[in-house]
Design a protein around this ligand. Structure first.
Ligand code: C2E
Ligand code: MG
Ligand code: MG
Ligand code: MG
Length: 289
């Protein structure tokens, strides 16, 4: 209750000032309008190769640029989209805009990771739809990684499993997001040929405080190595965390230390800054699969 009230107050302060307070709400019909009018957009968070500091790609994160409520986070509208069967439309918008932006702002494709919800795996046409969106932007499928969260109910349905395998056969990369947060991560890693696992930020953020967290992460990285898959640490906020992860041979990192998610319009400046600081960019064509 208090959280809701506090959020409401924050939103009120973000709203344009005026004598008349309009109670803006989010609803299915408002979300449909948002999708049609381009208010649902991708933000881009850099992923960094820890050993070299090179930019290795971006995770694409959905934002709703609401004219009255400000920038809404996925937690505030993805459940609504899910309930209204609008997730495919959100994915379409976010992936379509993201691939077009990268094609426009980068000389060659960079790796992009997008988040897919459990429900989307039950759509037998998911793979074809995603392929078509990428093709329309001229973006190579092999440069796209689909992130499934550990809580995704893959193991229970034959349909979801079939979709996962089709996705992989089509050439997309697969990532297991938020590894360690739920209970099914090991089972998923065992059963599905993931290309990457992302260590949940709750472990990353404790790494410099608790030896147990460091040992846990070392174990996860060793597991990734044994399976021949890439490891990414998410939620890196301090140099101490980054240095510890680098010394543990974690390959990639992501977090506010390297950059918060930014809109597409910030990508040219971000790329220019990297060039000025002589920081390398790993384009997808040059990256290992
Ligand atoms: P995720 O995929 O695990 O994404 C990481 C979240 O952590 C993002 O929150 C990101 O902004 C935030 N983050 C990044 N670096 C840091 C850091 O250093 N510290 C902290 N405290 N947080 C950090 P965001 O954007 O609010 O997204 C939340 C979740 O919503 C995502 O978790 C993902 O599961 C889901 N999501 C985001 N975009 C989409 C989408 O287009 N479709 C679907 N189905 N889900 C999405
Ligand atoms: Mg993710
Ligand atoms: Mg995550
Ligand atoms: Mg998460």
């Amino acid at each position: 209750m208090w959280r809701l009230l506090f959020r409401g107050m924050k939103r009120f302060h973000r709203r344009s000032t005026g004598p008349c307070i309009v109670m803006a709400t989010i609803s299915t019909s408002r979300l449909i309008l948002a999708l049609q009018s381009g208010e649902i957009v991708p933000y881009f968070q850099p992923q960094i190769e820890l050993k070299t500091g090179s930019l290795s790609g971006f995770e694409v994160l959905a934002r709703w640029l609401h004219p009255e409520l400000g920038i809404l986070l996925p937690a505030e509208f993805i459940p609504l989209a899910q309930g209204a069967n609008l997730l495919p439309d959100v994915t379409h918008e976010v992936l379509g805009q993201a691939t077009v932006a990268i094609a426009a702002f980068c000389p060659m494709p960079l790796r992009l990771s997008i988040n897919i919800s459990a429900d989307e795996l039950l759509d037998p046409e998911l793979c074809e739809r995603l392929s078509l969106i990428a093709e329309c932007s001229g973006f190579p499928i092999s440069c796209l990684t689909l992130e499934l969260t550990e809580s995704t109910r893959i193991e229970n349905t034959a349909l979801a499993r079939a979709t996962v395998h089709r996705i992989r056969r089509s050439g997309f990369r697969l990532s297991l997001d938020d590894f360690g947060k739920g209970y099914a991560g090991l089972q998923h890693l065992h059963e599905i040929p993931f290309d990457e696992l992302k260590i949940d930020m709750r472990f990353v953020q404790c790494i410099s405080e608790y030896q147990r967290s460091e040992d846990f992460i070392a174990g996860v990285i060793a597991l990734g190595e044994a399976l021949g898959i890439h490891t990414v640490a998410e939620g890196i906020e301090t140099h101490i965390q980054a240095n510890l992860l680098t010394s543990l041979q974690c390959e990639l990192g992501q977090g506010f230390l390297f950059g918060a998610p930014v809109p597409a319009s910030s990508i040219p400046a971000l790329m220019m800054e990297r060039t000025a600081r002589k920081e390398n960019v790993i384009y997808c064509a040059n990256a290992g699969q």
